[in-house]
Ligand binder design. Structure first.
Ligand SMILES: Nc1ncnc2c1ncn2[C@@H]1O[C@H](COP(=O)(O)OP(=O)(O)OP(=O)(O)O)[C@@H](O)[C@H]1O
Length: 343
């Protein structure tokens, strides 16, 4: 449904130029939700804006629903864009219009008859759960409600594709979950293809079928969500997965943590489990095999796409030799081991 072929986008200013996208190719099959994740400045916004040609690629092709947008005349492009909806981080609602009139806006531009507009807007209000807010103004709505209005407005034109530009970044976690559930519902009900960009792995985990990782304008990793969570290939993907888990060192530990192993100090280590790793029972195996004690300080194990993964912070007590053997053992079980320090 969406195909980007060798997209490069270079922004040129007087004396300098920035390559925001370098030879990016991407395919989103019909009815799928693909998330593009990357850090700030990686090129996510530029990428998503290239799909509807809000940003014109310097080179490459953008094909949506079989139509090569890069070759269309301005009027044909305007028509083609109607099948591409977009929602934004800051909602972009018209503050002088009520909720009803915001949703009606694209239909009015299309000269849809009034009775049809009323019926369609009421349907959409129901879909997004805002029947009772039809006459309210955006200023009186919460962030989540504003995003629901923006979603309803974009659905008014029956798009085949929905682009979500950090659509939940301005929302709290509970509202984020409800908006993501709404997007998933829309995707399943209407078979709308969704491309979303985000800097949060939790968003990817909650709704996406597939994920692509972008760094410095290049796509460096791509796969189904369970593939990437189970076998992350790049360190960036590993970092994003780790950041979606909340295993943090309590202040009491971090204050006592020393960089050197002196005296009777023993190591505090971080274990990162991927789908390839053995189960968490390796802790008791290591304990038996090497005569060490593992004190779990903090841990979060999770399941995504049938794959178990997670992070544990543990304090290992034993002789230095036995401790070192246990860490080697974890490595042999495909667990990433990082010594955070000594306490
Ligand atoms: N209109 C522009 N003119 C010049 N440079 C730009 C322009 N838009 C983006 N860039 C540059 O292109 C690169 C990618 O920017 P982009 O906004 O796509 O990143 P991003 O991943 O969306 O970041 P963020 O998450 O912070 O929004 C950055 O180096 C940015 O400074």
């Amino acid at each position: 449904m969406i195909e980007l072929k060798n997209i490069t986008k270079t922004f040129t200013k007087k004396s300098s130029s920035v390559t925001a996208l370098a030879n990016v190719s991407l395919l989103v099959p019909q009815g799928k939700i693909l998330g593009v994740i990357g850090a700030s400045g990686a090129g996510k916004s530029t990428l998503i804006r290239c799909v509807n040609l809000l940003e014109k690629p310097t080179s490459g092709e953008v094909i949506v629903n079989g139509q090569n947008l890069t070759t269309l005349s301005p009027s044909a492009l305007a028509k083609a864009r109607r099948q591409i909806g977009m929602i934004f981080q800051h909602f972009n609602l018209l503050s002088s219009r009520t909720v009803f009139d915001n949703i009606a806006f694209p239909l009015e531009l299309d000269h849809t008859p009034k009775a049809e507009i009323r019926e369609r807007v009421n349907e959409l209000l129901m879909l997004v759960g805002l029947e009772d807010k039809a006459s309210d103004y955006p200023a009186n709505l919460s962030g989540g409600q504003k995003q629901r209005v923006a979603i309803a407005r974009t659905l008014a034109s029956n798009p085949k594709v929905l682009l979500c530009d950090e659509a939940t970044s301005a929302l709290d976690p509970a509202t984020t979950r409800s908006i993501l559930a709404l997007l998933k519902d829309i995707n399943q009900r209407f078979n709308i293809t969704i491309l979303l960009i985000t800097h949060e792995m939790n968003v990817v985990k909650a709704v996406c079928d597939e994920v692509a990782v972008i760094s410095e304008g290049k796509l460096i990793e791509r796969g189904t969500v369970s593939e990437v969570f189970s076998h992350p290939e790049t360190s960036l993907a590993k970092q994003f997965i780790a950041s979606s888990l909340h295993a943090t060192l309590p202040v009491e530990y971090s204050q006592r943590l020393s960089e050197i192993a002196e005296g009777l100090k023993h190591p505090v280590i971080k274990l990162q489990f991927t789908g390839l790793s053995a189960e968490a029972t390796v802790l008791s195996e290591a304990s038996r095999l090497f005569n060490v004690d593992n004190n779990i300080i903090s841990a979060q194990m999770d399941y995504t796409g049938g794959v178990k993964y997670g992070i544990m912070l543990i304090e290992v007590t034993g002789t230095p030799e036995n401790t070192a053997q246990s860490l080697t053992y974890y490595n042999s079980k495909h667990i990433d081991v990082e010594v955070l320090g000594y306490v």
